[in-house]
Design a protein around this ligand. Structure first.
Ligand code: AMP
Ligand code: MG
Length: 329
């Protein structure tokens, strides 16, 4: 199968609509990472997402809709705090989980009675969702367990030959997957950290919990069980306080003839002046935006990535650390 990479315009959107209505898949950009979309109402199309990615069949998908779509068509029991949060943060990198009305395929939620809904802010994503006019089920457009894609080229290197169309909307500005928020209880609860932080949510909703997996208990967000995001090379992760040791390990690897790269923020890069660096940037948003791109660059260039965790550990860095420790821990 030939995989086309096309800019988003009326021709590519028509092709995207045709493919989705035939039960095929289309990759599209969002402000977080690229998504692999299917018509959420079509069982076979949604199953094709799992088969194409090699995704475990108990890890539910997020449904994407355009900003004018009435989500009450899809879900019910929307609490008042969720309406406030939607007003404050949507369209944007916040996925909200509600009680499902059961109008999309049950394959989307893996049989759960809830549905995760997202309204992306990316201009190309909005054009795509508006044009196709259907709820689009989409996980990240990578092979399962690999690093999520933030460019059309990343999607192509994982799924080239397996899907017919990648809509190219440039590099994703956000860089880590959306915050997943459970809105089925009296208090919202963060199931996965992202760019919309727990503090930001609490400021609008009054309070906000954060879910932590407990050994032996049923997992509330099945995706949490899985190791994600791994680059295809050796990795090591040091916390910020042990950055000197990270630099020593980097030099030892080079001395052994291994291609070693440090993955760190610009401050640490400057402190050591290492020659081979995957530099993440300075601000927390820059670090989030560059993380997956640098991990993918690292696996192309390096035998081993030696990562130094950022100094700051709150806010957006909660989500960054969560991904970094899954990738390199
Ligand atoms: P991905 O699209 O690969 O970023 O994964 C989607 C994430 O959303 C996974 O971590 C899922 O566990 C989570 N998710 C999707 N639907 C639900 C749901 N109904 N309840 C709880 N978590 C969900
Ligand atoms: Mg994913």
């Amino acid at each position: 199968m030939e995989t086309k990479i096309l800019p988003i315009d009326s021709r590519s959107l028509q092709l995207a609509e045709k493919l989705l209505s035939e039960g095929k898949l289309v990759a599209f950009p969002t402000e977080t990472v690229y998504g692999l979309g299917a018509d959420a109402r079509n069982d076979e199309a949604v199953k094709l997402i799992y088969a194409t990615k090699g995704r475990p069949s108990d890890n539910p998908l997020i449904v994407h809709v355009d900003k004018d779509y009435d989500i009450a068509q899809l879900v019910t029991d929307i609490p008042d705090y969720a309406k406030l949060l939607a007003k404050a943060f949507l369209p944007g990198p916040l996925t909200m989980v509600y009680k499902s009305r059961g109008v999309v395929s049950p394959v989307v939620s893996c049989g759960l009675d809830t549905l995760a809904v997202r309204v992306p802010s990316h201009k190309g994503a909005q054009q795509f969702l508006k044009f196709v006019g259907m709820p689009v089920a989409a996980p990240s457009a990578n092979l399962s367990k690999h690093v999520s894609p933030v460019t059309a080229q990343h999607v192509y290197s994982d799924l080239g030959g397996r899907i017919e169309l990648i809509l190219d909307g440039g590099k994703c500005s956000g860089g880590i997957e959306s915050t997943v928020l459970d809105c089925t209880g009296c208090v919202p609860c963060v199931l996965r950290s992202g760019l919309v932080t727990r503090d930001m949510i609490a400021r609008v909703a009054g309070e906000c919990d954060e879910y932590h997996m407990v050994e032996g208990e049923r997992v509330r967000s099945p995706g949490m069980k899985y190791k994600h995001y791994s680059p295809r090379c050796a990795t090591a992760l040091y916390d910020y306080a042990h950055r000197e040791e990270a630099f020593k390990a980097y030099k030892n690897c080079l001395a052994e003839g291994r291609r070693a790269y440090m993955l760190c923020d610009s401050g640490v890069a400057e402190q050591f002046g290492a020659r081979y660096v995957l530099e993440l940037g300075r601000s927390e948003n820059e670090i989030a935006a560059n993380l997956y791109d640098k991990l993918r660059e690292g696996e192309r260039l390096a035998d081993i990535i030696i990562a130094v965790a950022p100094e700051k550990q709150d806010g957006v860095m909660v989500g960054v650390m969560n991904r970094l420790s899954k990738a390199c821990g």
